[in-house]
Design a binder for this molecule. Sequence first.
Ligand code: NAD
Ligand code: MG
Length: 402
Amino acid sequence: MSDQTKIQFASSISTTEQNKKRIAIFGSTGSIGVQALNVIAGNLDKFSVEILTAHSNDELLIQQGLHLCPNIVVIADESKYLKVKEALATTDTKVFAGEKALEEVAAMDCYDLMLAAIVGYAGLKPTLKAISNGKTIALANKETLVVAGDIVMRNALEKRVPVIPVDTEHSAIFQCLVGEARNRIEKIILTASGGPFLGRKTNYLVNVKREHALQHPNWTMGAKITIDSATLMNKGLEMIEAKWLFNLSPQQIQVVIHPQSIIHSMVQFEDGSIKAQMGLPDMKLPIQYALAFPKRIKNDFPRYDFKKVNTLNFEEPDMKTFRNLVLAIESLNKGGNLPCIMNAANEIAVYAFLRNRIGFLEMTDVIEKTMQKVTFITKPTLDEYFESDGEARTYAADMIRL
Ligand code: NAD
Ligand code: MG
């Protein structure tokens, strides 16, 4: 890394007491949100918590509000407003409710960095608002880029807003790219654990139930991403996320199954050299990296010990069995509104599976049929993305009779 780059990077660090990075956590009650608050709790000299938002977990939002005294909390579920408002009445925290409030608060000036940790399509609009207001984004919500990656990244470029990945694989790639600004990427290699059903075939998957699919071998995460990991849809979403984050063609993105989740992903450069980023599977690390970027913060998270686990395996994903990955690659290749349609159908399918309404393999049917049915648009506007999302949700839900 050149001295000039070091200076550029250093210029964006805030370290003094009065100059803490002011953080807004959208989705503070989720798996990423709670881990982010852990990271911040260990670094109160560097960060302050300004905004916390939740969908319906009022209890946890209240607890977080009382503990951290943020400037603002938002509860998206309006029926919970009074309870949250009353519980925080003795504090200086302002309480808002409703979906619109998420966008309004995202547009406020009281914070520097948004941790986008809402799950699914719901994260898109607040993130877009934050970008148009020049806020740095630490992006966990991959669906934002799957749905409207072209518009999100174009807006970010226009506003000169950094979008720093939180997703482990993308954080790994981002870390591998530090100091490589002048060098072209030949390809990236996204690693995937394979999920709880690695090695299983269709005849086994047909009987898989919710509880089983929720048992991920390496990571504890929210329910939706855990199911996406079991179907390999998560890796498909991540391929699309990588395309937009790193400006890649679909041919430059390869997926490799790596069951130990120690290598978090790799970049291969034009000379054939491959850089990997490694560590124990612990989301706190990429969260901390994104919050503190470009600085690394000393911590006491457990370390990977090469003397203990001594085998790292790699294999091809089984695309015959895990067909969601095939559908995701199709939507990556075709582009337009197809990833948006696929994402919407997937959200409905996962929701239905989690409520025992459809089987594990039926999720793929719902997604595939929806992708065939909803009108394809090559270059959608933002409104057309919103409409495609709505159309796909209705079609998928009707199919399941939700
Ligand atoms: P989660 O389900 O644990 O939490 C989701 C959060 O979003 C909660 O705070 C919830 O209140 C909020 N939320 C849900 N629906 C909402 C809505 N309609 N309106 C407003 N808020 C809403 O999810 P998670 O596992 O923390 O994942 C969050 C995002 O990060 C996802 O996009 C996921 O793909 C991504 N991600 C998660 C992990 C992980 O380890 N959990 C890793 C990589 C990426
Ligand atoms: Mg990931």
